[in-house]
Design a protein. Structure first.
Length: 95
């Protein structure tokens, strides 16, 4: 998966280098379609991680994986101990 190695800010830089214009988070699925990207995989803590916090907001999830598949809502994977904090993001959460 080509996009797995990039976080959100990095993937936007890549898309911009290919002539894409980015306005909002809502444009991401359209950009993924245009550039042939099937999914984004963002890993790490929610704090001090711009790529993760872009999707989760300011929450205290020590470590997680966020998967954004083209045309789908993001899913946050985390450990069971952080289930409630992860649920506060409004994302689908899998523990």
């Amino acid at each position: 998966m080509w996009a797995a190695q990039y976080g959100y800010p990095d993937i936007i830089k890549v898309l911009l280098s290919h002539g894409a214009q980015v306005n909002m988070k809502s444009d991401l699925h359209q950009l993924m379609e245009r550039e042939g990207i099937d999914a984004l995989w963002i890993v790490g803590a929610a704090s001090h991680n711009p790529a993760m916090s872009y999707f989760t907001g300011n929450v205290h999830v020590g470590y997680g994986d966020l998967i954004l598949r083209k045309g789908k809502e993001p899913v946050l994977f985390c450990n069971a101990m952080e289930r409630e904090e992860a649920a506060s993001t409004g994302l689908d959460v899998i523990v």
